[in-house]
Structure formats: C-alpha cells, structure tokens
Design a protein around this ligand. Structure first.
Ligand code: NAP
Length: 274
C-alpha cells in the first residue's frame, strides 16, 4: 500500500476505508474484508458509533498493530479540555488499542475555545495516546486561527471530489505542510454517472470511482472511500496501476460544479469562508 510521510515521520497510507454509516455486523465484515484485501488504514469517529466493531475486526484480522493506521475523531460538542481526554480514552478502549495514529477535531465549534482543544490534543500526544493530530472541516480561516495555537497539525480532512474541487484550500494546506484527506471522495456515490468521469473511465478501462480516486491521489490527497460490497472494496484499491494525463486531470478540474454532499446545520463553512 502506497503511503506518504507525515511531518512526525509516520507513514500514512494513501488509501483508507471510510466507515461512516457502517455499524454492527456490516461494519465488522467490511473492515475484516478490507484488511484481508490489503487495506491498512481505517477512518472512524466517535459519532459513527462503530469503534467496537472496528476494534473487533482488527483483532480478528490478527494483523500487528504497527502495520495499521487508525484515524478517529473527537466530536464537536466535546472539545473542552477534559472532554477531549475522556473521549479519546473511550475510543482507545472501544477500539482495543493503546494509541491512535491520527486524532482529528471532527468539526470546528466556534462556541468552544480552540486553545483548550489543542492543549488537550498536545497532552494526548505527550502521553503517546495519539501519534498525530489533525482537524476536519476546517476552512482557511479556521486554519489560520488553529496554526497560531498548534504547530502540530498534520492533516485536514475535508469533502473533496470532482464536484467539490477545493484548490484554494489544497494550496493553502500544501504551503503550510498540512496533508489533505478527501472525504466523500466518490461524492457519496452520487457523481459517478458524470459524463467526463465516465468517458475517462472508458478510455482507461477503469470505473468512474477509480477515476475519481486516481484524480485525488495525483493531486497529493489521501482518499478514504467507504465501501461495503466486496466488489467496491476490491476495485477501489486498483488505482495505482494507471495515470491520468495532464489534459485528463484538467478536464476533471474544469467540471466546474460546486456541490457539497455533507452540509449539516452546524457547519461553519459560509461565515468563515474568505
Ligand atoms: P463516499 O466514500 O464518497 O461514497 C460511498 C458510497 O459510494 C457508498 O454508497 C458505496 O456503496 C459507494 N461506492 C463505494 N465504492 C464504489 C465504487 N467503486 N463504485 C460505485 N459506488 C461505490 O462517501 P462517504 O462515506 O460520505 O465518505 C467516505 C468516508 O469519509 C466516510 O465513510 C467517513 O469515514 C469519511 N467522512 C468524514 C466526514 C467528516 O466530517 N470528517 C464526513 C463524511 C465522510 P457500498 O457501501 O454499497 O459499497
């Protein structure tokens, strides 16, 4: 599995399995199958309510912990200092692991001072309970504040796909040595009949989903598609054996649609977007 090196020196696999809306036995089976196929990076969160199942699947895989990259996220209501520590301890217990490879602030929350959240994350780093810290759903304005409080932000996880090409955020993150992870990289499965994507898929004898993932990887992003069917799990891995040309990349860049599929009422996108 190809990876990139985070500023801490840890390797982060470029492809991970997303687990939002995967719960119970379906989650356990999908994670088990993914690990058997060669996935080594699992993305979960406290709010997904599936830590226990992810933990069981990992245990059953018999893979040694140091071969895996596990990301979880602290929920936006729990960003006070003590709440962060408590939620992380719970996550570790549920996942049956001593540490998380990456712990993210799931969504910014303007009602809780970011400073205490980062103090807690730094404490967790110090204790070895997490190896890297990051954020999610942070705009450039959020990052500008956050970077004043922490020099340790390794990753920002945001919605990014051919219908939400966040070039400006990508450039800002690259300049500030923050890696971007693309969530909903397949537009939640709702962009796969796009005519540019289907034409490129045909030209490469690949699927539109593989074209989306390849486009993101070539831009330097990490991708975490969610899949539950065996076919999707398997084919989403087959993205390292072809290349989009500059012209093809440009064709996707130019689709020109800006559509968010994840836009909860508490989002802070608009008010802070520059
Ligand atoms: P997604 O990965 O863009 O799309 C998932 C959907 O696409 C599922 O319905 C899946 O179906 C289908 N699919 C998967 N592979 C396919 C393929 N090769 N061909 C056709 N359809 C395919 O959507 P997502 O779950 O929203 O995002 C991925 C992960 O990002 C989440 O699971 C979560 O871990 C993370 N995320 C994070 C945040 C955040 O706030 N940080 C927000 C949203 C998501 P099957 O299940 O039937 O295979």
């Amino acid at each position: 599995m190809k990876s990139l090196t985070l500023p801490s020196g840890h390797e982060m696999p470029l492809l991970g399995l997303g687990t939002w809306q995967l719960t119970g036995i379906k989650c356990r089976e999908a994670v088990k199958q993914a690990l058997a196929l060669g996935y080594r990076h699992i993305d979960t969160a406290w709010v997904y309510d599936n830590h226990e199942e992810v933990g069981k699947a990992i245990k059953e895989s018999k893979l040694s912990r140091d071969k895996l990259f596990i990301t979880s996220k602290v929920w936006r209501d729990n960003l006070h200092y003590n709440d962060v520590l408590v939620q992380c301890t719970q996550a570790l217990k549920q996942l049956k692991t001593d540490y998380l490879d990456l712990y993210l602030i799931h969504w910014p929350n303007k009602n809780i001072p970011m400073q205490e959240t980062f103090e807690a994350l730094h404490e967790l780093l110090q204790q070895g309970k997490i190896l890297n810290i990051g954020v999610s759903n942070f705009t450039i304005a959020h990052l500008e504040n956050a970077l004043k409080l922490s020099k340790k932000i390794a990753v920002n996880q945001v919605e990014f796909h051919p219908y939400l090409n966040q070039e400006e955020l990508l450039n800002y993150c690259t300049k500030n040595k923050i890696k971007l992870t693309a969530y909903s990289p397949l537009g939640r499965g709702q962009i796969l009949s796009d005519k540019t994507l289907t034409a490129l898929a045909k030209a490469h004898n690949k699927s539109p989903a593989q074209v989306c993932l390849r486009w993101l990887i070539q831009k330097g992003l990490i991708v975490i598609p969610k899949a539950s069917s065996s076919h999707h799990l398997k084919t989403n891995m087959e993205i390292f054996d072809f290349k989009l040309s500059a012209k093809e990349t440009k064709a996707i860049d130019s689709i020109g649609i800006k559509r968010r599929f994840v836009n909860p009422g508490f989002n802070e996108f608009d008010e802070l977007l520059s």
